[in-house]
Design a protein. Structure first.
Length: 312
C-alpha cells in the first residue's frame, strides 16, 4: 500500500494524516491534534468511519489506500467527525444525527479548537523532551503538529451535508466479505453508534468508548444512557478482540477495556467516584472522574451551561 500512497494526488493531505494498516483491511487515518478516522475495506467497497476535522481533504488519502468505492459512516454528528463529509456522495448516520449534520459548526467552536491546538503545541517542546528521556509515549500518530502551511483558521468551516442513508441499531453494512453491524451507543451524544465486525472480532467505538476523556457534560449528553450503552458493549467482550477508538493517543484497545469502561461509568453514576473540576477546550467547566486509562466528564451543576455542544 505504500506505493499507492506515494502516488497520491494530494501530497499536502498525505503529510497531514498519519496512515497505517492496523489489521488486514483496517487503516488508521490520524490527524495530529487528537482525531482518529478508520478506513475499513471489504472485497467490494470500503467505508470511512467518520471524516475528521476537514482541515485538509481526507478523500485523496483514503483513495490512496484503496481503489474500492468509498462511502462514509458517521459515528455521530460532532464537528471533528464530519469535517470531510462534503467530499463524498454517500453518507450514513444514525437517524437522530441526520438533521444535525445539516447545520454548520459554530464559528466560536472552530476558533476555540484552533486556540486549543496552539496551546497543545506551546506545551509540546517541554513534553517532548520529557517523553524522549523517560516515557516514549509519543508517536507519529499521537504527536501534535502545526497546522499545514497556508491553513487559514479564520476561513476554516465544517460544511453542512445531507445524509443519503439513516441508520438504526442492528442495521448491517455489507462491504463484501466483511459486514459491519450498527450498535447503539448514545450517551456522549444522542446519535452515537458503534460498529461491530463480528467475523473478525473488531469493534469501532465512536466516542462511546475512548482512551482519554469520555465526555458526558454536554447539554445533549446523558450519563444514564451512557451507562446503558457501555454495559451493552461490555456484554460483547467475548465476541471482540480489538477495539478501535477515535481520540487521545492510544488508538487500539483489547476487549477487556469494554468492561473497564462500563464498570467505571457505572461507578460514576452510583456516586462512588471523586469528581474534580476541569474545563473543556472552550474553557467551559465540568466535573471529571479519572480512571487509569480514561476519564468521564459530567456537567458542573454550579456552573453555567456549556457554551456549545459539538466538541469531540
Amino acid at each position: 500500500m505504500a506505493s499507492r500512497l506515494e502516488l497520491g494526488e494530494d501530497a499536502t493531505s498525505l503529510a497531514w494524516f498519519c496512515v497505517r494498516e492496523v489489521v488486514s483491511g483496517v487503516w488508521l487515518l490520524g490527524e495530529p491534534q487528537h482525531v482518529y478516522t478508520w478506513l475499513v475495506a471489504g472485497d467490494d467497497r470500503a467505508v470511512l468511519l467518520d471524516t475528521g476535522m476537514g482541515i485538509l481533504p481526507i478523500r485523496p488519502v483514503a483513495a490512496g489506500v484503496t481503489p474500492l468505492p468509498l462511502s462514509v459512516v458517521n459515528t455521530h454528528y460532532h464537528f471533528d467527525h464530519i469535517g470531510g463529509n462534503h467530499e463524498f456522495e454517500e453518507i450514513a448516520i444514525h437517524e437522530i444525527g441526520a438533521p444535525l449534520i445539516e447545520q454548520p459548526a459554530p464559528r466560536d467552536l472552530l476558533d476555540a479548537y484552533i486556540d486549543y491546538a496552539q496551546r497543545q503545541l506551546d506545551a509540546l517542546s517541554a513534553y517532548r523532551e520529557l517523553d524522549a528521556e523517560y516515557f516514549w509515549l509519543l508517536s507519529s500518530e499521537s504527536e501534535p503538529r502545526p497546522f499545514p502551511e497556508g491553513f487559514d483558521g479564520s476561513a476554516w468551516t465544517i460544511q453542512p451535508t445531507k445524509a443519503t442513508q439513516t441508520l438504526v441499531a442492528d442495521d448491517r453494512i455489507d462491504l463484501g466479505g466483511r459486514v459491519l453491524t450498527v450498535i447503539d451507543g448514545p450517551g456522549h451524544s444522542p446519535d452515537g453508534i458503534c460498529l461491530l465486525d463480528e467475523r473478525n472480532g473488531l469493534l469501532f467505538g465512536g466516542d462511546t468508548i475512548n482512551h482519554g476523556r469520555i465526555s458526558a457534560h454536554f447539554p445533549d449528553s446523558d450519563l444514564d444512557t451512557l451507562v446503558d450503552s457501555t454495559r451493552r458493549l461490555a456484554e460483547l467482550s467475548d465476541a471482540v478482540q480489538l477495539i478501535f477508538v477515535h481520540h487521545y493517543g492510544h488508538a487500539v484497545a483489547d476487549s477487556g477495556f469494554l468492561g473497564e469502561v462500563a464498570r467505571g461509568v457505572q461507578s460514576v453514576q452510583a456516586g462512588e467516584q471523586p469528581l474534580l473540576p476541569g474545563r473543556d477546550i472552550l474553557g467551559d467547566p465540568f466535573l471529571v472522574a479519572r480512571f487509569e486509562n480514561f476519564s468521564v466528564t459530567l456537567p458542573d451543576p454550579d456552573a453555567p451551561a456549556p457554551t456549545l455542544i459539538t466538541e469531540e
